[in-house]
Write a protein that binds this ligand. Structure first.
Ligand code: GDP
Length: 171
């Protein structure tokens, strides 16, 4: 389990989905935070919580920075995929990015767990986690454990339950 040396968790999703807000919820004041900006327009947020190393970045920029973010796939042990469940227009873009992630050579062979946050559940126009799961075709993911939790990253609702599931899955 999480008793091992270091566990790398990637936090991914489109811009504005709530990744920074989710990640900030996990942080406590004494957690080490490093913000790395390898190039203009692509920023990576990293922080360490005990033996969990979180790395967060946007899957956006029209794929211009794809090589930069895919570089993090190699050493990852778990993925948190954050979705703005009120952004119905971009759900198709979310599905495209998810499919690319699942097909990536550094991901497709591994049985790494994927936790989905159907975030912004508090928004009036938010789709339920069941509808998000259906729109993204999550039932087709057979070779990896996955879980979807509705969340409100502003209040923290749903986050703890999700992360507990994820850390239990990481072996
Ligand atoms: P990122 O670009 O994915 O890192 O997204 P941010 O964490 O910066 O969040 C984008 C915007 O959505 C900010 O204005 C957040 O305050 C807001 N936000 C994040 N999570 C939630 C949520 O669960 N509910 C609502 N209503 N707003 C949220």
């Amino acid at each position: 389990g999480v008793g091992r040396k270091e566990v790398n968790v990637l936090v991914v999703g489109l811009n504005n989905s709530g990744k920074s807000t989710v990640v900030n919820n996990f942080k406590s004041d004494d957690d080490k935070v490093t913000d790395i900006v390898p190039t203009v327009g692509f920023s990576v947020e990293r922080f360490q919580k005990q033996n969990l190393a979180f790395t967060a970045f946007d899957m956006s920029g029209h794929g211009r920075y794809r090589d930069l973010w895919e570089h993090y796939y190699k050493d990852c042990h778990g993925i948190i995929f954050v979705i703005d469940s009120s952004d119905r227009l971009r759900l198709v873009v979310v599905k495209e990015e998810l499919d690319l992630l699942l097909q990536h050579p550094d991901i497709c062979q591994k049985k790494i767990p994927i936790l989905f946050f159907a975030n912004k559940m508090d928004c009036k126009e938010a789709l339920s986690s069941v509808k998000i799961a259906a729109a993204l075709g999550l039932d087709k993911i057979m070779d990896k454990p996955w879980h979807i939790s509705a969340s409100n990253a502003l209040t923290g609702e749903g986050l703890q339950e999700g992360v507990e599931w994820l850390t239990q899955q990481i072996r």
